[in-house]
Ligand binder design. Structure first.
Ligand code: ZN
Length: 169
């Protein structure tokens, strides 16, 4: 059975056991959490988020520059007023550089020219060598961005071993 099949059977059980109800679209806690796509972070469990309460914006690294569009939509169209940035220990983004990623991908996909190669060569993978510095930089990016409302942005490192958050920005 493929992973997609597993997901489909889990969903069938979920939908069957769930009470049919539709909550309002704007998050009730007026908060957006920005975090990494890492499979070891379960925001609902680790951060106590329930359905309808918060936006959870995820990408590789939990990087603010990539999440900006979603943060703006969250705040301006759906009324969130706080951003919690959560990056984490043992993040894959600490293990490579953009030139290394480009080279690996070009080899994997056998790209030596053409539109895909050009696109790859212009992609910034937003890798970072220092976790705490990066959280600070991403918090700063949001705090100083003219399209982000207010300054209620806080930054944390999540320890994937202990599950504990440490505030760093
Ligand atoms: Zn990560």
């Amino acid at each position: 059975m493929s992973a997609t099949q597993d997901i489909l059977s889990a969903n069938a059980q979920y939908a069957a056991s769930r009470k049919a109800e539709q909550l309002p679209m704007p998050p009730s806690k007026k908060v957006a959490v920005l975090t990494c796509m890492d499979a070891r972070i379960l925001p609902e469990a680790a951060l106590g988020i329930k359905e309808g309460q918060a936006h959870v914006i995820r990408n590789a690294g939990g990087r603010a520059p990539e999440a900006l569009r979603s943060v703006i939509i969250s705040q301006q169209l759906l009324g969130t007023e706080e951003v919690v940035v959560v990056q984490h220990t043992d993040c894959g983004m600490l293990t490579f550089t953009t030139p290394q990623a480009r080279q690996l991908i070009a080899t994997n996909l056998k790209l030596d020219s053409g539109a895909a190669k050009q696109h790859l060569d212009s992609l910034d993978f937003l890798d970072f060598p220092d976790l705490e510095k990066n959280v600070k930089a991403d918090v700063d990016f949001l705090r100083t961005n003219g399209l982000v409302k207010g300054t209620k942005v806080r930054g944390f490192v999540y320890d994937v071993k202990t599950g504990a958050l440490k505030e760093v920005a």
